[in-house]
Every structure is written in C-alpha cells, then in structure tokens.
Design a protein around this ligand. Structure first.
Ligand SMILES: [Zn+2]
Length: 59
C-alpha cells in the first residue's frame, strides 16, 4: 500500500480571491483579517511532492 505523505496538502473547495469557488489547497490556504487567501489546487508543494497526477494538474 502506498503511503500518502501529503503533509496536509489536499484539495478542498473554497473561495479564491474572496469571490470564486475553486479547488484550493487545505494546507496553503490561510485565513487573514480580510478573509481567506486561497491557493489554487494543485499548489506548488503538491506538485513537488508528487501528489497530483499529470492529468489532474491540467485544467
Ligand atoms: Zn499546498
């Protein structure tokens, strides 16, 4: 069985730029006083860690 070392990097649905709903990274998305700062999935770390298949990375 494959170990899944995602370090918390996993997709979830949230707002990006405080407006549009998109898939964002649960780990890289942070909450600030002005709202959530969503990082679009796949984030750079997910790609580097090999968490994202090539076909998933392409919109
Ligand atoms: Zn991430």
């Amino acid at each position: 069985m494959r170990r899944s070392e995602d370090f918390g990097h996993r997709p979830m649905v949230s707002f990006t730029d405080g407006r549009a709903l998109n898939r964002v990274c649960a780990r890289c998305t942070i909450s600030t006083l002005t709202g959530e700062w969503g990082v679009r999935w796949p984030c750079t770390s997910a790609v580097v860690l090999g968490l994202v298949r090539r076909e998933e990375a392409t919109p």
